[in-house]
Design a protein around this ligand. Structure first.
Ligand SMILES: C[S@@+](CC[C@H](N)C(=O)[O-])C[C@H]1O[C@@H](n2cnc3c(N)ncnc32)[C@H](O)[C@@H]1O
Length: 407
């Protein structure tokens, strides 16, 4: 006769006694889940691993430093039996059976009254997989489901009303692999996506046909400012009950006007989730082989917008102070003004020979890097036909590493 199937159930252990016998690797793996479930965990073991000890020290687990003895399962709702003593395990199993306490056994699954599934959590779903006697297969199924839920490739539509609103998602610098897992999942769950020109545009092609994709640059703004028109579009779609994703390049709060959108939504009482993104200010240099800090060379990096020229009355940047710094300067939105910026930095004392790297369309198939010095960068940008988007990195770090000019 076929082995009866286990009956899956979700135990609600908050405040309930769980006894863990043995403080080795098995306990180390299981304890965080029991603690997360709010269980009142009593650990009985003569010794524990350093990680388990850290949980004891943190007050998450009560530890009695001794071997198992009859009666330890008194008052328990659930037990994890994983000592290195087979006789103790068998005795504890017998006690569990007599007291009708569900118990898992690490050394003998057949003798246990419960089995631990491979578990994971993603997108508000707890996944638990049992495949009988094949824990690796359980883990593989769990990983596939969790991964699919995380990145949205496993479609699991919500059937109960969920909190809608707007997710302000940082899409990273352009490579579709560089969006966060959460950002990608929210994108997969969206009804409407309002996207910028920069960021992972390739991901938009993967969206299901019912998703309305709106190019932020093409929203007509008539008597409004462009930003105001975008805010209005966000508000309008959110009020229509749609799950809206505002997909932005890099991180929403790095020269991204993200906070203005958050404020506009708040004024209309619309909930907004902000999902940080990988900013181009560090990822584009990294993609071109530049580390913005380097021991002994740069103890700071400063990210600056160069969208207004240094002599423009609207400029709020203290270029003289920046010229005195010895670390790395990362300039965004600066292609047009780089000749004036370089002259200003040199004029305020940054050496003309300081190495500079310009990285255009970083992390995309079109990425290219041009090296120069502060004295030559204006001319190099012109002759090389550099176009935005580009990140300009000024400092000795650009001359370090396999892609540097000195290599
Ligand atoms: C309006 S700012 C937005 C920055 C964005 N929020 C971030 O965190 O990366 C746009 C500027 O970011 C830089 N940028 C964004 N993506 C880039 C990329 N893939 N390659 C080079 N520069 C990029 C350029 O300097 C561009 O002019």
């Amino acid at each position: 006769m076929a082995e009866p199937l286990p009956y899956p159930v979700g135990l609600r252990l908050a405040g309930r006694r769980v006894v863990v016998l043995g403080g080795g690797q098995v306990a180390q793996r299981r304890l965080p889940g029991l603690v997360a479930a709010g269980a009142d965990v009593l650990l009985v073991s003569p010794s524990v691993t350093p990680s388990v000890e850290a949980m004891v020290t943190a007050g998450e687990v009560r530890w009695e430093r001794r071997r198992y003895r009859e009666g330890d399962l008194d008052g328990a709702w659930y037990a994890l039996i994983s000592t290195d003593d087979a006789d103790a395990n068998a005795a504890a199993s017998a006690e569990a059976e007599a007291r009708r306490v569900w118990a898992v056994r690490s050394d003998d699954a057949a003798a246990a009254t419960a089995w631990t599934p491979a578990t994971g959590r993603a997108a508000g779903v707890t996944v638990a997989v049992l495949t009988g006697q094949d824990p690796r297969r359980s883990a593989a199924v769990r990983d596939a489901v969790v991964e699919g839920l995380r990145d949205g490739t496993l479609a699991a539509p919500y059937h109960r009303a969920r909190a809608k609103g707007v997710a302000l998602v940082g899409g990273g610098p352009g490579d579709p692999d560089l969006i966060t897992v959460r950002g990608r999942r929210l994108l997969a769950e969206a009804d409407v996506v309002i996207a910028d020109r920069l960021g992972p545009r390739d991901l938009l092609d993967e969206l299901p046909p019912h998703v309305e994709v709106i190019d932020a640059a093409k929203i007509p703004y008539g008597r409004f400012m462009a930003q105001e028109a975008i805010n209005n579009a966000l508000i309008e779609h959110a009020k229509a009950g749609k799950a809206v994703v505002r997909l932005k390049g890099g991180d929403p709060f790095v020269f991204g006007r993200g906070m203005e959108e958050v404020q506009a939504l708040a004024e209309h009482g619309i909930p907004c989730t902000v999902v940080p993104g990988i900013s181009s200010s560090i990822s584009v240099p990294a993609a071109a082989g530049i580390s913005v800090t380097h021991r002994g060379l740069a103890q700071e990096f400063t990210v600056v917008s160069g969208h207004v020229a240094p002599d423009d009355p609207r400029s709020r940047v203290d270029w003289a102070a920046l010229a005195r710094l010895t670390g790395t300067l990362v300039l965004l939105m600066s292609v047009e003004n780089i000749p004036a910026i370089a002259d200003t930095l040199i004029g305020h004392g940054r050496p003309a020979g300081t190495p500079v790297a310009v990285v255009q369309e970083g992390t995309t198939a079109a990425q290219r890097r041009v090296d120069a010095t502060l004295a030559t960068v204006g001319e190099r940008v012109r002759t090389e036909g550099i176009r935005p988007p580009a990140v300009i990195v000024i400092g000795e770090v650009t001359a370090v590493g396999p892609a540097g000019p000195n290599s």
